[in-house]
Design a binder for this molecule. Sequence first.
Ligand code: SF4
Ligand code: SF4
Length: 433
Amino acid sequence: MLIRNKFPGGVHPLTCKELTRNSFIEEIPPPQKVVIPLIQHTGAPCIPLVKPGEEVKLGQKIGSAEKYISSPVHASLSGKVSKIEEFNHPLLEKAPAIFIEKDKNSDSEMVQQKNPDDLSIEELKERIREAGIVGLGGAGFPTHVKLSPPKPIDTLILNGAECEPYLTCDERLMQEKPREIIKGLEIIAKIVSPERIFIGIEDSKRETIKIVKEILRELRLDGIEVSVLKTKYPQGGEKQLIKAITGREVPSEGLPFDVGVLVQNVQTAFAIYEAIYKGKPLYERVITVSGKAIKKPGNYKVKIGTLVSDIVEFCGGFIKEPKKIIFGGPMMGIAQWSLDVPVIKGTSGILFLTEEELNLEESGPCIRCGRCIEACPVKIMPAYIALAVEYKKWNIAKEYSPRDCIECGACSYICPTRRDLVQLIKIAKLRVH
Ligand code: SF4
Ligand code: SF4
């Protein structure tokens, strides 16, 4: 088996995936209430289309995207809008949101199902936009925009690397819904007409590689190649994936289309399949719930807008009090301070970590060991940028190109004195233009 590993740097954190890797996807029943933020994506917030007191149906569009870089939101419950006001947001602290209380009515509002062969490229993109699909790997960039690159694409990559520790939702979906994901990938291919198509999967996911290869054989899709990648963090970063599979390097501050590549996450491909073949907007997704504090870790299909408190209740509560709650993985995820926060489209996982799972040692001064520099996948100098920030030497910080940092956290992870390098580099990114 040819294993590709051509991106520099990277680290090998404990994966902790055994907690959920074998958990079949289970659906969490619709909660009594959902809170749907009007911004869940990169770009302009949505404008509410409903008012308090109004009845809504499952799948109904309740927030419209007026700008090109934006994405509509849909009701994930049939019920009544109880209010529209600011609420906790997992990434933005607070944001306006639509509250829906469930009722007995289980009507849904889907658009007509279609065979993608009967739709033009523009119609496919319009359906993807109207279904509210954004990058589900965490980035939340509107997919219809990504599918309209300003430069030609010759290589399409489906990102099945899922390199963040603990997370296994993409892996489970690839095992349980491979046909649907591949159909979604074919729709993307119809839109961007690439010459080559790859599905990138880390070599630690042997069962998944086997399943996906079997389906490709069965469907006689010889033009799609499974690219087996070395298990190394951050293998799932777009630029690292592109380097490992194609050998191409995305230029500093550039984007994948600059080197003729489009990368899409497996859950995004699945959402595209559902939008076109089933006429279903994006109002639910699969997430991993994990960590040693939660009683029943697993992979769950949840309605967008479900509160963490409802997920904790469904998972049987806590075995012990979590020391840290994270949305996403432990390397790039965002810490949360409340259980009153909703799942949004980009939520790939919720981790409830105990003290033993966290390294809470105090940080010390830099000992100039160089390990962070070796680990950095974009070949910048985290130690120097961090020192420049601490001394407020912004010109020096700028010389080391902090804006190329992908905030992967590999440098902080490897630092023997536990320096919070990512935090310092984020400050440099804000100060340096
Ligand atoms: S400097 Fe940025 S890109 Fe490099 S290892 Fe640190 S977080 Fe990752
Ligand atoms: S890994 Fe930590 S101690 Fe070593 S050079 Fe980087 S910042 Fe300094």
